[in-house]
Design a protein around this ligand. Sequence first.
Ligand code: GLN
Length: 484
Amino acid sequence: MSLCDESALTLSRMLRSGEISSRKLTESALKRIQERDPVLNAFITTTTEEALEASDQSDQRLRQGKAASPLDGIPVAVKDNICTRGVRTTSASAILRNYVPPYDATVIERLKRDGAVIVGKTNLDQFGMGSSTENSVFGATKNPHDPEFVPGGSSGGSAAAVAAGEAVLALGSDTGGSLRLPAAYCGVVGFKPTYGRVSRYGLMSYASSLDQIGALGRRVEDCAMLLGTLCGYDPRDSTSADVQVPDFLQSLDKGVRGLRIGLPEEYFIEGLAPGIRARIEGAVRILEGEGAEILEVSLPHTRYAISAYYLIAAAEASSNLARLDGVRYGYRSPSGSDLTEMYEATRGEGFSLEVKRRVMLGSYVLSAGYYEAYYLKAQKVRRLVKEDFDGVFEKVDCLLTPVSPSPPFRPGEKVDDPLQMYLVDVYTSPLNMSGLPGMSLPCGWVDGLPVGLQIIGRAFDEATILRVAHAYQEAGDVTAGPRH
Ligand code: GLN
């Protein structure tokens, strides 16, 4: 075990006591990148020099006893759809292959303010569209537990980096499950906060009403620590919520005695892999043993959520991606003899097939004559899905479900079958449709690959989710548990 494999909280203590330096820790993560990334391909860009410089500055602060935050000196990886000033940010696309943002996203400003050391930018499905991190112009990312399998997506690079010790923590984004699915497939912890909790300023938009930036780490407390840096009001994002942010580390140890936990029957139906079901049931028993009250609940509109999600996400994507036209920034095709031809050539060469599929689907459902039948209908379904959750949260404090109905799959297995790929998000996308926070937590292994437990909470009640997750982690400790 190297330094980069320790938990962020432990490292934070070691850094502040002077037991280790940020320089040594950062070098250990960079060394791991050199060793493992030729196979994993978790990173699109590594920022070695900047990272070493930032670590030296951290060490100076730490030596003077002036740590900027608990994160000071800790290596963090950042998904490559989050803008970093002076460091190219590609969204894994050809159209932004050489795009260097002139500004930092708010979350990057916050990471820097708190002294985090950014080690690089991680691979993703182009613009966040996908569930396997195969859809990238920089090549696919591999699962660190077995490179014969996908790491999940679209934040697959970030999840793989954290699982492999190439970074201690990472940022990802989640529009329909993109933090939680790769966390589940890579055996790490992934947290999607409530919509509005973390600023989207500087996140390359996929579907603005669903997108949310969140945290990845190997332990519950590590995610709690990172969330402390990320969360908070930002006037530069008009959907940012001015809601007080609690100290997430404070409530971790409260236990689950007296909490009411719901199991939505619609999440445990046919199509759920038996091995995954068994692991989730095991987790439920552990929490029951810790004193939680378990209740069966129903979310009847869940079954329509995934179809509505793919209409809304595509509609918003088609509108958001219109800005990439070769005129203002990004790639411009040299072919085409007039403006329209230049647009066509640029977008034709710059976007992947999956991105084009979304843009076409989205333009179709927004067009006159189809708007009412598809887009408006999907918005109504969205409302019903949210109302289901509102009703259930009057009776319970949180919900437990699987993250994904199926285990990690092999590269190529679903990439040519969009419907199969889309179905992987069946348990995660309802949260984005409702704006709710959710977490993916490792809860065991099936055939040598990790399984994820999803904990869903009330809006702005991330603290209860973390508390349940922590109780489970401490009781079961499957994060460090057996592989089979
Ligand atoms: N797989 C989903 C999609 O392709 C979710 C992606 C995400 O959350 N960014 O839309």
